[in-house]
Ligand binder design. Sequence first.
Ligand SMILES: Cc1cc2nc3c(=O)[nH]c(=O)nc-3n(C[C@H](O)[C@H](O)[C@H](O)COP(=O)(O)O)c2cc1C
Length: 384
Amino acid sequence: MPTIVEIADLKKLAQKRVPKMFFDYADSGSWTESTYRANESDFQKIMLRQRVAVDMTNRNLKTQLVGQNISMPVAIAPTGLAGMQHADGEMLAAQACEEAGIPYTLSTMSICSIEDVAAATSQPFWFQLYVMKDRGFVNSLIDRAKAAGCSALVLTFDLQILGQRHKDIRNQLSAPPRLTPKHLLQMATRPGWCLKMAGTKRHDFRNIVGHAPGVTDLSSLGAWTAEQFDPKLSWEDIEWIKERWGGPLILKGILDPDDAAIAAQSGADALIVSNHGGRQLDGARSSIQALPSIVDKVGDQIEIHLDGGIRSGQDVLKALCMGAKGVYIGRPYLYGLGALGKPGVSKVLEIIRNELDITMALCGERDVTQLGLHNIDPASEFIK
Ligand SMILES: Cc1cc2nc3c(=O)[nH]c(=O)nc-3n(C[C@H](O)[C@H](O)[C@H](O)COP(=O)(O)O)c2cc1C
């Protein structure tokens, strides 16, 4: 077992343990993947101010997101098919989050269902909603999330239509996987993964199959998404969703200040500055580059969160300094899950917490809620 000190170590391990089609599903962006890459690399363009001889005892990472107490300003982003990175992946990751005191967001396109995750945890988790053409089915998803005690609804606004990921097409991605010679070979070279998968019955989209009328099998995610996701989704839809849900509502996928202005008036409690991890509009800005103009425009009107490209506690701190109240991590948790299952997710959270804590101290700060632009070197890019 290699020594694990940073997220990149878990990524390497996941690549060895997860069949290629599912590792690639996580490690990919749309088209040229330029926005996917920029999400990560733009964090390097932000420099921190080092301060010395400041009392660094009694540091605090606790804060609140949408009024809920959390142990650090980090949540897990919703990701489809997490249960294909590791058997029962969503249940295990939600348990790791519960132990770490941070929110787990379950995707509509998960392998484990809302009910599976509720049965595996004792604290509320968050649910991410995709709006489909069949509003009856959307209503039933909202009702199931309520019944399971979910404590926030994350409404994804940037996937009315699917951006193309070349790797998924080449890999003929599906869940459960196809049993062609190519796919069988990919799985046969990952015996640990196969063994765990053989031990669970959770192999397809359990929020959907058997719940959406007429859906008994979901062999092609791309085709189903193209057919079912509602390309007419609009700002007006927020009202009925909010009314039916009745709890904290978070709008995910805002990248433009003009959209942020509408989101701030929409009745949502928070917005997530996000480009879907570079998986939708390739060529769009990185999330961290988009953040300052959105904070300028609506920072005093709505809680602002961010996801995309966070690979360390230092990245978390930079986003907080630039005005995000909290961040979400997508791929890092999938790498932890694929590498080591639940202990891998716990390791990711431990690495990020530790890096955030030490970096905060070296910036001369003791309270995560007090970070701000004063901690960023003004010579950094994206800083006015
Ligand atoms: C494999 C994968 C699957 C995803 N599935 C969903 C999803 O089902 N719903 C959603 O709103 N976002 C989804 N996303 C986007 C994430 O919620 C998040 O915006 C993105 O992963 C953040 O970037 P990061 O991976 O660099 O942390 C997915 C991302 C990845 C990598």
